[in-house]
Design a binder for this molecule. Sequence first.
Ligand SMILES: O=C(O)c1cc(=O)[nH]c(=O)n1[C@@H]1O[C@H](COP(=O)(O)O)[C@@H](O)[C@H]1O
Length: 289
Amino acid sequence: MGAFADRLAAAVRRHGPLCVGIDPRWESLPAAVRASVAHLPPPEQPGAAFEAFGRRVLELVRPHAGVVKPQAAFFEQAGPAGLAALQRLMTAAKELGFVTILDAKRGDIASTAAAYADAAFGPVWDADSLTINPYLGRDAVEPFLTAAQAAGRGVFVLVRTSNPGAGLFQDLVCDGQPVYRHVAAAVAEWNAATLGGCGLGDVGAVVGATHPAELRELRAALPDVWLLIPGYGAQGGTAADVKAGYRADGLGAVVNSSRGVTFPFKPDDASWESAVVAAAARAASELRE
Ligand SMILES: O=C(O)c1cc(=O)[nH]c(=O)n1[C@@H]1O[C@H](COP(=O)(O)O)[C@@H](O)[C@H]1O
């Protein structure tokens, strides 16, 4: 219990709260990276380029971040070569000492959820943690919790997402509270059984940086829950917006930036690597303050 929470705490103490999202887009990649795969058959080019780019990004951001979050959709889009790239990047991230969040937003009936969980935490993806969608209910979430606990891993449950349309269902008031507060209450219950030495547990909550009022409210309601806060950077969330996500001890939140850190350049910019380093350094310092 708490194995994942404690690993995350160690990473955040060492490197600060920045989580770098790896969401590669073929059209945004540096021209040099695309050229380096031009000899391959076209269906294999995006996957190979994603791997080369992702590996370099991991090395470049290493001094500034202890957590990475590859988003599976972008790799799936690149077909089998993309999935192979994702698998190798997950391994590379672990070898570099990052805590990994596999962002696949899984959720299904219990028997299928068990297969998703087995895939995420088993030897293939070997993720430290996985994002999950709780919409199907308790029996659909529990297989992820069981598998995560058995393997010393964690999950991040979608609670209040960063997208503009998040309120359509999440804000509906039912039994006197918005739906996202009901989800938060369930997260608190699931997390309570998993606390580690750092005082936080293995069942985290996803709360968007774009909703600072809800972030403040959820930080108070979930004092021992790790928050994964996306929406900082490209979606408009600022360092001031995410401030309410941290606990007084500075732990409790990891703040994700994907495009803001990994694509701060135009494809034909030869100095893209220094742009990535500068963006990671800037985000890390802003978030630490
Ligand atoms: O679970 C997530 O990571 C997530 C939840 C959410 O509410 N909003 C959100 O943007 N995300 C993910 O966080 C990343 C945000 O990317 P950028 O907007 O480029 O920083 C993407 O991978 C999204 O899929």
